[in-house]
Design a protein around this ligand. Structure first.
Ligand SMILES: O=C(O)CCC(=O)C(=O)O
Ligand SMILES: [Fe+2]
Length: 189
């Protein structure tokens, strides 16, 4: 488990770097991503999900629709389908498990950091009538003291910052109270 977490941490940092550079920025524009001069390293949480067999899946939900509060989430799912994402006019779309593949979910903090360029993903988990399903979610977030706000280089007169600065801890508090309305609550305009 420890080894898994270390590998997920390293992979998250690589994906995070690629996402930042895809916005035309440098990794250095996100100070806490490459900790030096005493700044704390990025944090993460591992969550193990277990969905028992359900005789009538139409009458139960494994995990209610939500967005993750992380920057990004690396999700391993066993070979039973269950994860669904809300996709425009298509409604809930199943993300089938692929052997050897992980699902990468954009979380709320990435939405904030990118000033809405990367959209947080609304998703849910449904249950199966024949198979017990498990999934392992690795939530990657910023260092404890980092205030996450839209990256300054992504904002200008025409693109003002849409969100106020928050730490991960503060944001989790807002989320615990307001759930799927949390992102709207820290919106500045
Ligand atoms: O089990 C799944 O596929 C989804 C899990 C999930 O969304 C979560 O742990 O936040
Ligand atoms: Fe999730």
């Amino acid at each position: 488990m420890e080894d898994y977490q270390k590998k997920m941490q390293a992979l998250s940092e690589i994906i995070m770097g690629l996402m930042v550079t895809s916005l035309g920025l440098m990794r250095e524009d996100v100070k806490w991503l490459k900790p030096n001069n005493g700044s704390k390293p990025p944090q993460a949480l591992l969550q193990l999900n277990s969905y028992p067999v359900c005789p009538d899946p139409s009458r139960a939900m494994g995990l209610a629709p939500h967005t993750d509060s992380s920057l990004l989430t690396l999700l391993y799912q066993s070979n039973t389908s269950g994860l669904q994402v809300l996709h425009g006019n298509s409604g809930w779309v199943t993300v089938p498990p692929l052997a050897g593949a992980l699902v990468v979910n954009v979380g709320d903090l990435m939405h904030i950091l990118s000033n809405g360029r990367f959209k947080t993903t609304l998703h849910r988990a449904v249950v199966d009538k024949a198979e017990h399903r498990i999934s392992v979610a690795f939530f990657f977030g910023p260092s404890r003291d980092a205030k996450i706000s839209p990256l300054i280089k992504l904002t200008d007169h025409d693109h003002p910052p849409l969100y106020r600065p928050v730490t991960w801890k503060e944001y989790l508090g807002v989320k615990a109270t307001y759930f799927n309305k949390a992102l709207d609550l820290i919106r500045t305009m």
